[in-house]
Design a binder for this molecule. Structure first.
Ligand code: DGJ
Length: 376
C-alpha cells in the first residue's frame, strides 16, 4: 500500500523538484518550479489575495513574434515562481488580431473591483505589419490565472485632445501643416511635435499605443500609460470604471521626449515615472520624472540607477515597478535584458528601490532577498 502511495506521489516530487531559492540574482537564469527559465518578458505583476501573479510575453528561441501568448506565474515570496500556464493564448485563426505570429508586448493585469474581473491590457502589433498598427488590446478573466477572453484592440482616444489643453493649444495644433515638417529631427519639427503634429495626424483614427503599463490610483481609478505619437510622447489615459475602455480623457507626458518602457508608482503621495529612451532592443539610460498629480506637471530627474552599467540601466529596460504588499516603503524595479538573437534567453533584472532625499534610487546588487531587504 505504502509503495503504491509513493508511486502515485512521485510525479509531484518530480515536477516540484526545484529546490527553493532564497535570493533574486539579477541577470542570471531564473528557474521556475520545473527548473525552466521563466518565460514572461516585458511583464508586470498583480498582487491578489496573498499571491503575486507575474504576466509576461512568452518568447521563442529565434523570434520575438508571439507564437504562444501571454504566460502567467505565481509566487508568495517573489523569488520562487510556479508556472500557471498561458493566460491568453495566441489564436490559430487566420486574420485574428492575435493570430499566431503577431507581436504581443508588455502585458499588464489589474483587478477591477466593480466587475470582479481581471483586466489584461497589452501592446499589439498585427501579424506581418511590423510596428505599424500600434494598438492597445484588452482581455478579461474571472480568475487571475485566466483563461482570459480577448475583447478587442485598436488605437486609443480618437477625436480627443489632451484633457488639460487650452483653446489656444488646440488651435495651435489644428493649424500645424504636416507639409512644412517633412524632415524629421530639425528644431522646427521638434517644436511642431511638442505642439501636437503627430497627435493631429492620428486624431481621427485614434492615437498610437505601444510600450505600456497600467496604474490604479488610491481612489480606484485606472490609467493606461503608453508610448504614443511614434514613441515621441507618452500618453496617460484614464480608463472606464470597468477598466476595459478609454474614457477620452488623457494627458501628454514629456512631449517629444522619446520615452519607452514606462513604469509608474506612487510613494508618499508623489507619482514617480521611470522610463527608457528609444534604442530598439539595446539598453540605454533610464529616465525619471515625478509629479504631485497624475495630470502633471512632471519634473525630470537624473536616472535613479547606481552601480556598474548604471548608465545602461544595467543592460536592461524597465517594464514595471512592483509595490511590495504590506510594505508601503518597498518597491521593486523590474527590467528586461533583451536578447534579440535568442529572445527566450532574455534575462530579468529586479532590484529594490530605496529612497534618498525622497527620490528613488535603484542600486545594483548581485543578489538580494525581498524577505530580508526590508525586514529591518
Ligand atoms: C523597445 C520596446 O521597449 C520593446 O518593448 C520592443 O518594442 C522593442 N523596442 C522592439 O525593438
Amino acid at each position: 500500500m505504502l509503495k503504491r502511495i509513493f508511486i502515485l506521489l512521485l510525479p509531484l516530487f518530480f515536477f516540484d523538484a526545484q529546490a527553493q531559492q532564497r535570493t533574486i540574482r539579477p541577470g542570471e537564469l531564473w528557474p521556475d518550479n520545473h527548473g525552466v527559465h521563466i518565460n514572461a518578458h516585458g511583464g508586470g505583476i498583480l498582487y491578489h489575495k496573498g499571491t503575486y501573479y507575474w504576466y509576461g510575453e512568452h518568447k521563442a528561441e529565434h523570434t520575438s513574434a508571439a507564437l504562444v501568448g501571454i504566460t502567467c506565474y505565481s509566487s508568495k515570496d517573489l523569488v520562487n515562481w510556479t508556472y500557471r500556464g498561458v493566460a491568453l493564448p495566441v489564436d490559430s485563426q487566420r486574420g485574428s488580431d492575435i493570430e499566431r505570429g503577431c507581436t504581443i508586448e508588455r502585458p499588464k493585469v489589474v483587478y477591477c473591483p466593480a466587475t470582479k474581473k481581471f483586466v489584461l491590457w497589452f501592446h499589439l502589433e498585427l501579424k506581418g505589419r511590423g510596428y505599424a498598427a500600434a494598438r492597445a488590446a484588452v482581455a478579461i478573466a474571472d480568475k487571475p490565472t485566466g483563461p482570459f477572453t480577448y475583447l478587442r484592440s485598436g488605437r486609443v482616444n480618437p477625436y480627443c485632445y489632451p484633457a488639460n489643453w487650452t483653446d489656444t493649444d488646440r488651435q495651435r495644433c489644428d493649424t500645424l501643416n504636416a507639409a512644412h515638417y517633412s524632415q524629421w529631427w530639425t528644431a522646427p519639427w521638434r517644436d511642431a511635435i511638442r505642439q501636437g503634429l503627430f497627435l493631429k495626424r492620428e486624431k481621427d483614427g485614434g492615437q498610437m499605443a505601444r510600450d505600456m503599463t497600467l496604474f490604479v490610483d488610491d481612489d480606484g481609478r485606472a490609467y493606461h500609460l503608453f508610448s504614443s505619437e511614434d514613441n515621441l510622447t507618452l500618453h496617460l489615459a484614464e480608463l472606464s470604471t470597468d477598466f476595459t475602455y478609454h474614457t477620452g480623457r488623457y494627458w501628454r507626458i514629456a512631449p517629444g521626449g522619446q520615452n519607452e518602457a514606462p513604469t509608474l508608482f506612487k510613494y508618499h503621495g508623489r507619482y514617480w515615472l521611470i522610463t527608457s529612451g528609444c534604442t530598439g532592443w539595446a539598453p540605454n539610460e533610464a529616465r525619471m520624472f515625478s509629479a504631485d498629480s497624475l495630470t502633471g506637471e512632471w519634473t525630470q530627474w537624473p536616472s535613479p540607477c547606481r552601480g556598474p552599467q548604471a548608465k545602461q540601466t544595467f543592460g536592461g529596460q524597465g517594464t514595471f515597478v512592483l509595490p511590495v504588499a504590506g510594505r508601503p516603503e518597498a518597491f521593486i524595479f523590474m527590467a528586461d535584458v533583451w536578447r534579440p538573437k535568442h529572445p527566450i534567453d532574455a534575462r530579468y533584472v529586479w532590484l529594490p528601490i530605496t529612497f534618498r532625499d525622497g527620490r528613488p534610487v535603484v542600486e545594483w546588487r548581485d543578489e538580494w532577498s525581498p524577505s530580508t531587504f526590508w525586514s529591518h
